[in-house]
Design a protein around this ligand. Structure first.
Ligand SMILES: NC(=O)C1=CN([C@@H]2O[C@H](COP(=O)(O)OP(=O)(O)OC[C@H]3O[C@@H](n4cnc5c(N)ncnc54)[C@H](O)[C@@H]3O)[C@@H](O)[C@H]2O)C=CC1
Ligand SMILES: O=C(O)C(=O)Cc1ccc(O)cc1
Length: 306
């Protein structure tokens, strides 16, 4: 039997991402022991029923004690409180990472609590669905997806390589980037699409009385695609909006300008402008498909050629 990569892994938060990690860690035998901790006793009991780990506790400190790898998978707004709670129990030499959708804010919240000798490496797997909770996870979630690290300047290369190897064994490919660049890129490819979806579905819902419930009855597939994104976890997305505020507002400003220009083209019957834009955007989808990316939802973050 080959040695597991880590003797003990602690998973803090056991929703979609944490439970997908638990499942792939078990399948790939990446840990001698998986300790699971989450705030809610009900979620923890469900994780135990599903047999996702080897030990279960609502005390995060107990879970991280002696762990070689600690993965924090909670809404980004909770990452500072979790780091503060677990800090005194972290083992020297342990790797501490997260999976949060925003990076600069998570670093600002967690880094001040990280004790000397613990390797803190912020991460973000570009893999997910609109579902949440421990039942929603699956071992294949990270297959052929990107996992982006935003390492701090003094990151130990050996620890970064070990964590990269862990994610590769989970099925992912690795990229590294600066946290601000991550947050700006994700604002346009992930955060704005969700915000636009929440907005359009909200508008349609407000119009229900005007349209006599025809929004639901006649919902076309275009609208239905938006409802999938708009069904994503409210706590998670509230936190993403609050914790990537500047990049999202910047992208929303650009988006609003472009929308106003589109509105003007429609008002003034500028068919050429509409046709040119729709031709350019069709080419974007074509290039995604040609790059080998599966464009059927949910496919966020699938890599080229896979
Ligand atoms: N859902 C998605 O598609 C993706 C989510 N992410 C990121 O992963 C993280 C987790 O998201 P999901 O697993 O989807 O969420 P989830 O809602 O399925 O699970 C969240 C987990 O965190 C626990 N939790 C919530 N508040 C907590 C607190 N204050 N202290 C301790 N535990 C707490 C919950 O009990 C639950 O176990 C978030 O930071 C999110 O931005 C990253 C990639 C994709
Ligand atoms: O469900 C979808 O289409 C997603 O976009 C999933 C997702 C949500 C948040 C992330 O930070 C990464 C991936």
């Amino acid at each position: 039997m080959p040695e597991p990569m880590f003797e003990k892994i602690a998973l803090i938060g056991i929703g979609l991402i944490g439970s997908s990690l638990a499942r792939v860690i078990a399948r790939e035998k990446l840990a001698g022991h998986v300790a699971i901790s989450t705030r809610s006793a009900d979620t923890l009991a469900r994780a135990e029923e599903l047999g996702l780990g080897d030990s279960y506790t609502t005390d995060a400190k107990e879970a991280v004690r002696d762990a070689d790898l600690v993965i924090v998978s909670v809404p980004v707004g909770a990452s500072g409180a979790v780091a503060e709670e677990i800090a005194p129990a972290l083992k020297k030499g342990a790797i501490l990472t997260d999976v949060g959708s925003t990076k600069a804010s998570v670093i600002a919240q967690m880094e001040p609590h990280v004790p000397e000798g613990v390797h803190f490496i912020p991460g973000h797997p570009l893999a997910g669905t609109e579902k949440s909770g421990p039942d929603a996870g699956f071992a294949e979630l990270f297959k052929n997806r990107w996992c982006i690290f935003t390492p701090l300047p003094d990151t130990d290369p050996a620890a970064l390589e070990k964590l990269s190897e862990f994610w590769r064994r989970c099925g992912a490919n690795i990229d590294t980037m600066d946290p601000a660049h991550h947050d700006m890129t994700l604002a346009i490819v992930s955060h704005l699409p969700h915000i636009i979806a929440y907005n359009i579905v909200g508008t349609a819902d407000d119009l229900q009385t005007v349209t006599k419930s025809e929004v639901i009855k006649y919902s076309a597939s275009g609208f239905r695609d938006f409802t999938r994104l708009a069904a994503s976890d409210p706590t998670m997305w509230r936190d993403v909006c609050l914790h990537n505020k500047d990049a999202i507002l910047e992208m929303l400003a650009r988006f609003s300008e472009d929308l106003a220009s589109l509105q003007r083209a429609i008002r003034w019957g500028d068919g050429e402008k509409l046709f040119d834009l729709f031709t350019r955007t069709r080419a974007v989808r074509r290039s995604i498909i040609e790059a080998g990316q599966d464009t059927d939802a949910p496919d966020f973050g699938r890599q080229a050629g896979k």
